[in-house]
Design a protein around this ligand. Structure first.
Ligand code: SF4
Ligand code: SF4
Length: 72
């Protein structure tokens, strides 16, 4: 059994590190402070804090963030 809230909690952002240009646009878009720029090279998502809202994906000019269902 699942409801909308539990499904949402399982969604997570993923960054394609090859496509990321480390512009940092996604960092302030995240309401959960779940994004950092790893060694100045690519964005890194803290999946513990990510709630899968998708705001970062909308903020990324490179289109390199996707939201996917976490595999449990
Ligand atoms: S999906 Fe939402 S909570 Fe997760 S990293 Fe992106 S902006 Fe932050
Ligand atoms: S907005 Fe996109 S390209 Fe810029 S740092 Fe974030 S994931 Fe990388």
């Amino acid at each position: 059994m699942s409801n909308a809230k539990s499904v949402r909690a399982l969604r997570k952002a993923q960054v394609d590190s090859k496509g990321c240009v480390a512009c940092g646009c996604c960092v302030p878009s995240c309401p959960c402070k779940a994004i950092g720029i790893f060694k100045g090279v690519f964005a890194n998502i803290d999946t513990e804090n990510c709630v899968g809202c998708g705001k970062c994906a909308g903020a990324c000019p490179a289109g390199t963030i996707t939201i996917s269902e976490a595999v449990q």
